[in-house]
Design a protein around this ligand. Structure first.
Ligand SMILES: Cc1cc2nc3c(=O)[nH]c(=O)nc-3n(C[C@H](O)[C@H](O)[C@H](O)COP(=O)(O)OP(=O)(O)OC[C@H]3O[C@@H](n4cnc5c(N)ncnc54)[C@H](O)[C@@H]3O)c2cc1C
Length: 417
């Protein structure tokens, strides 16, 4: 086996996060290589809903949520599935997730998320340039919908929006009929978040980000990293190429697989895959002027270049289990209840891994006691939004820049101490 001095910095993972880190580094003159055995941005970064939620800073675990979990698990169309054989593995994560729903933690997590979400439009423009940005990103607003009776938001959701000065507009059922012709009359409540937006093609957007990275001089190597360890003041990576790669710094940005690289170093992070599904309905008879988050149906709908994309479901079944097509069928049934006249060509289904930590705050920064090792993963439901600002932050930390925000909430030490 040969050893090759590959780059000053190696980034593990070519999702949106790794590509954005690479682009920032290469533009600052750092010799950088991204290692990923899969084509760039073919994981969660490809298959997400495309929402850019600048004005959403809502942790997944909210106060009182534990009361809803049993009914979600029992509902075959519910938003949360845990495959019974995976329950023993998932339990520690689920318990920490419920623990994170305390009001004080929720406020801390929300503040940390806000700093990464709010700049998303500016950060995307800086990464891909104004021409690509204009062709792929729309700051249209986003609509939340509810069916049936009840409150539209919990008191904590209202509090967090007020805390961050987020503007929301209440919409009447009449407004909804006007904005979305053909929508069911069962929608009882709706809310517009004007500051949110979306991309019309997350895969193509990440492809443009890859191009920006290559244009800046970055290198991509199609190899899986099997092991990372420190040696002689630097880092060595055993990869599927059969070579041991050498570099001064390593950034672990391997999405839902990141904890596997850290575990042999004695670093245990509660990272879990929240598996999510999407269905693309090509040539749809309905076009949405703004994306929808159906809050009581727990799914999103977005008009994209390839058709309407429906996305949702949290399935806790680990990284290896085969996808469950029933989750996609549920999404299509829900969409047809929302738009009863919806017509389209044959649906295309997909499953991917949201890299999630219990407190919803990505794990960004240097790893204490491991000089030259950095992390940037754990973006859960919001990595397309938060990836660019997270990448900028970790690069600032690597290069010793002055940093305007408190970096402590993102540190891995919250799990390791
Ligand atoms: C259904 C669904 C809907 C979503 N909707 C939205 C949304 O609307 N808005 C939003 O902001 N976010 C959304 N997300 C979340 C978002 O897609 C993710 O948070 C984000 O893509 C994570 O990016 P990443 O780069 O960390 O991970 P990934 O895109 O998963 O990339 C990780 C990469 O690491 C590579 N890798 C893993 N292990 C190794 C190894 N050992 N060696 C080399 N490479 C390795 C993998 O091959 C992969 O390419 C959604 C996610 C899903 C699944």
């Amino acid at each position: 086996m040969t050893s090759t001095e590959t780059a000053d910095t190696i980034v593990v993972g070519a999702g949106v996060v790794g590509l954005a880190i690479g682009t920032n580094l290469a533009r600052r003159g750092v010799r950088v290589a991204i290692l990923d055995e899969l084509p760039p941005a073919s994981g969660a970064s490809y298959g997400n809903s495309g929402f850019l939620v600048a004005d959403t800073a809502m942790p997944v675990a909210l106060p009182g949520m534990y009361r809803k979990v049993p009914s979600w698990l029992l509902d075959p169309e519910g938003p949360l599935r845990v495959r019974p054989n995976y329950l023993p593995s998932a339990l520690p994560f689920l318990l920490r997730w419920l623990h994170s729903s305390r009001a004080a933690q929720v406020r801390l997590s929300s503040d940390a998320m806000r700093k990464l979400h709010e700049p998303t439009f500016d950060e995307w423009k800086a990464l891909v340039g104004p021409k690509v940005y204009d062709s792929l990103i729309r700051r249209t607003g986003q609509v939340y919908l509810w069916e049936g009776e009840g409150a539209s938001s919990t008191p904590m959701e209202d509090e967090l929006r007020a805390r961050h000065g987020i503007n929301v507009e209440k919409l009447t059922p009449g407004d909804i009929q006007e904005i979305y012709p053909g929508i069911t009359r069962d929608i009882s409540r709706a809310m517009l978040i004007p500051g949110n937006g979306h991309t019309t093609n997350p895969g193509r957007l990440c492809g443009e980000l890859l191009q920006a990275y290559l244009d800046a001089g970055g290198q991509v190597l199609h190899e899986r990293v099997q092991r990372v360890w420190s040696s002689d003041g630097g880092w060595r990576l055993m990869t599927t190429s059969g070579q041991t790669r050498l570099s001064n710094r390593v950034v672990v940005a391997a999405g839902a697989w990141s904890h596997r690289l850290l575990k042999p170093l004695g670093i245990d992070v509660p990272l879990e895959s929240e598996r999510g599904y999407h269905v693309v309905l090509p040539n749809p008879s309905v076009e949405l002027s703004m994306p929808i988050l159906h809050k009581s149906g727990f799914f999103g709908i977005n008009s994209m270049e390839m058709g309407i994309r429906l996305a949702g479901t949290v399935e806790i079944s680990g990284l290896e289990a085969t996808p469950d097509p029933v989750r996609c069928e549920v999404l299509v049934r829900k969409a047809k209840r929302l738009f009863p006249e919806l017509r389209h060509d044959a649906p295309r289904m997909w499953m991917g891994h949201r890299p999630s930590v219990p407190d919803t705050v990505p794990v960004i920064g240097p790893v204490p006691g491991q000089p030259g090792l950095f992390t940037c993963f754990g973006h859960g439901h919001c990595g397309l939004t938060a990836g660019p600002a997270s990448a900028k932050l970790v690069v600032q930390q690597m290069l010793g820049d002055e940093i305007a925000i408190d970096t402590e909430p993102y540190s891995i030490s919250r799990f390791t101490h």
